[in-house]
Ligand binder design. Structure first.
Ligand code: ADP
Ligand code: MG
Length: 698
């Protein structure tokens, strides 16, 4: 946008200094540009007229045409109100009521006159009512045109100062009057043509004041497309820059990898694992720095892929780190990797917050000398004292829990040449999100489970069937299996939840006097937690009562039953993660979701989804639709999701097109300096100048 849109809003007619300050504080609106991008979040449908006989309590706002017949003031003092009767062309009646401004309404409302009334219909004793409807006299020709009425976000504070949606709408009208000649096209003629897009000018007019439903839809599409296009363009350009500029170590040697394949593998890799390793290997030999995201559902076998990647680094004289967000996860990775490393006699270490000073010294020393080839750990790895001989590969697990700043600390541990990066996540991210969050990374997906894995059987049971569920547990334990029972504990300190957990533990102990029961929760000391976990791992206890601390923690192949209490309180992705704790062995595994009878619509959808599918990607997609991207794990700190108009849950098809378009433009003109792309270049420049706006995005 040009300079005009950098004008401060206080200069706009109808705003002034006081409102300007409010709009800045409450809605982050500083300039004309900010204001024009304060899009309505919904519209009231004023295109349709209803007959009174068609009304239905579930309708939000409706408009009805009719004639006012009779009005009278009823009640006294505070209870005083004005009631009028509206009769439509069929002769059906509805009462209109005002509790405020009674006198004024009584004066202005004209008897025996045709009106359009607009409001929320309610029915009382079989009679329809509408309180404080908006009114328009039918005689006024132009006002009767059908339209969508914009509704804008405001805040309580703004409302207190009489800045309501209507006020913003009026201000917007003022703005558009002066702004329209200044609105420049921001996409290239080519794109406009190819995607049959509405012009920027018409789009801005119609998003605020739709001239018809069709034009509104075209405006919405155009603005969403543009928003997603510029995000993708930015990500794809970053990717190109990195490709071109950042050299990476070349890892050509693979002697130990070959030996490992030949003599030490105890299973065959799945085709998906093989494909992913090929993709990684290609990156590692290309001379460019690798930046790859590895996605794979729980149990899909990411650890072995990580290990082989680390092995390739080791074969070429480079060290590698695997960083996990929690101690428990670091432990699990270490155990997994050490098993492989030991077969080859490779020196692998673990460094976490609880590593003893004495052991730390040794680790630091061996990392600096290059004697230690692989290290697994937590944040402790980031400390400055941790230095490497030649760090060549960083693997980060569950990366969303690390900030950008933290991660870059790792990269800088090789001052000569930036290490290759592999980001692993077990939280399947819907494609649309992955494209936006990680659009600058290459993506590999393990979309296949190791052979012989039995699908986990998932069922939903009501609390009233607990006795039957317990009998099932008893039978499973008789067969030699172990069982998890998980309670929701949103905040580990929450009193009620904690009590539920304790009560649950007691009742489980009473129900299974013949078995040992463990309990693990966040209030336990790390060593007590570990002790209980270990007992369960060794099958000294058969039942593990726990909170979600076990979500990512343990790997007990003999545990084959997962019972989730108050399952309606968990998010879908979390339920899926918990379920992933079972189904790790050869036996048939079960997941039982317990709930009471009272369930919300969303809860029902979550439970049904769990019962229907084991596919993490499908689940992630549904989770995204239910919750919106803002709540999804890992998206919070990512500014890219602060979208003005596009919605990643709903706009996947537009996103695909926008990305393809961005790619096409860059293929054609990587520097964006050809004349047909001048709109795009100008817009990018203005985006980076307009810091206030941009700070919201980056
Ligand atoms: P995740 O992707 O959740 O990290 P893991 O790497 O922990 O999964 O693998 C889960 C289990 O499956 C481990 O016990 C691992 O040894 C085993 N596994 C991995 N790949 C295969 C395979 N191709 N065939 C058989 N078992 C495998
Ligand atoms: Mg894992």
């Amino acid at each position: 946008m040009n300079n005009f849109f950098h004008t401060k809003i206080e200069f706009l007619k109808g705003v002034g200094p006081q409102r300007a300050e409010l709009l800045q504080k409450e809605l982050n609106i500083y300039t004309y540009g900010d204001l024009i991008q304060h899009y309505p979040f919904r519209y009231l449908d004023r295109t349709q007229f209803y007959k009174i006989a068609e009304l239905d309590e579930s309708m939000p706002y409706v408009q009805v045409r009719g004639r006012v017949r009779g009005k009278e003031v009823l009640g006294e003092g505070k209870k005083q109100r004005l009631a009028a009767t509206l009769v439509d062309e069929d002769g059906s009646e509805m009462e209109l009521v005002w509790f405020k401004g009674v006198k004024w309404m009584q004066k202005t409302l004209k008897n025996h006159t045709d009106y359009i009334v607009f409001g929320k219909p309610t029915s009382f004793n079989g009679k329809w009512n509408m309180a404080h409807p908006e009114l328009e006299e039918l005689a006024e020709e132009k006002q009767t045109a059908a339209f969508l009425q914009p509704v804008y976000h405001t805040t309580e504070k703004l409302k207190a100062f009489r800045v309501e949606s209507k006020t913003i709408s009026r201000i917007m009208e003022m703005l558009l009057k002066v702004a329209v000649p200044n609105i420049n096209e921001t996409l290239s003629p080519d794109l406009i043509d190819h995607y049959r897009l509405m012009s920027k000018r018409d789009a801005l007019i119609n998003i605020h004041f739709p001239q018809s439903v069709e034009k509104y839809n075209a405006a919405k599409f155009r603005l969403k497309f543009e928003e997603l296009f510029y995000i993708q363009l930015r990500l794809l350009r970053q990717k190109t820059v990195r490709r071109a500029d950042l050299a990476g170590q070349v890892f050509k040697q693979v002697p130990t990898v070959t030996e490992f394949y030949k003599n030490h593998m105890t299973f065959d890799l799945t085709n998906a694992q093989k494909r992913v390793i090929r993709e990684i290997h290609k990156d590692l030999t290309a001379g460019k720095q690798m930046n790859r995201l590895l996605q794979g559902d729980v149990g899909s076998g990411k650890t072995i892929v990580a290990f082989i990647t680390m092995l390739i680094a080791a074969d070429n004289g480079a060290q590698s780190v695997l960083m996990a967000p929690t101690e428990i996860l670091a432990d699990q990775h270490y155990t997994g990797l050490k098993e492989f490393a030991d077969r080859l006699g490779i020196n692998i270490g673990k460094l976490t917050g609880s590593t003893k000073t004495k052991d730390r010294k040794v680790l630091h020393e061996q990392l600096r000398s290059g004697e230690m080839k692989m290290i697994v750990g937590t944040h402790a790895l980031l400390e400055d004292v941790v230095q490497f001989h030649n760090l060549g590969l960083c693997i980060v697990d569950e990366q969303h829990r690390f900030g950008v700043e933290q991660r870059s600390k790792l990269w800088r541990k090789n001052p000569r040449i930036i290490p290759h990066v592999l980001v692993m996540t077990a939280t399947p991210i819907p494609r649309t999100l992955a494209m936006t969050l990680y659009g600058d990374l290459d993506v590999s997906v393990i979309d296949e489970m190791p052979a012989g894995r039995k699908e986990i059987v998932t069922v939903h049971r009501f609390d009233s069937h607990r006795l039957k569920v317990f009998q099932f547990v008893r039978d499973q334990i008789k067969l030699g299996r172990q069982v998890y029972i998980v309670y929701p504990l949103i905040e580990e300190s929450e009193g009620m939840d904690y009590k539920d957990l304790m009560d649950g533990y007691e009742s489980v102990r009473r129900a299974f006097p013949e078995h040992q029961v463990s309990m693990v929760h966040g209030k336990l000391k790390a060593q007590d937690k570990d002790y209980e976990m270990q007992r369960f791992v060794r099958n000294e206890t058969q039942i593990m009562v726990a909170t979600t601390v076990i979500e990512v923690g343990v790997n007990v192949p003999n545990a084959s039953v997962m019972i989730i209490e108050s399952a309606e309180r968990f998010g879908l992705s979390q339920l899926h993660q918990l379920r992933g704790r079972v189904g790790r062995g050869a036996e048939q595994s079960y997941c039982i979701l317990m709930t009471g009878y009272k369930l919300s619509k969303d809860s029902k959808t979550r439970l049904e989804t769990m019962v229907r599918t084991n596919n993490g990607f499908e689940i992630a997609d549904i989770d995204l639709k239910l919750r919106g991207p803002g709540d999804l794990m890992g998206t919070q700190q990512s500014g890219v999701l602060d979208l003005l108009i596009a919605d990643l849950a709903k706009d996947a098809p537009i996103l695909q097109e926008a990305r393809a378009a961005a790619q096409r433009v860059l293929n054609e003109d990587p520097q964006l300096d050809q004349p047909q792309h001048q709109n795009i270049m100008r817009h990018i420049k203005s985006l980076s100048v307009n810091t206030i706006n941009w700070s919201r995005i980056s």
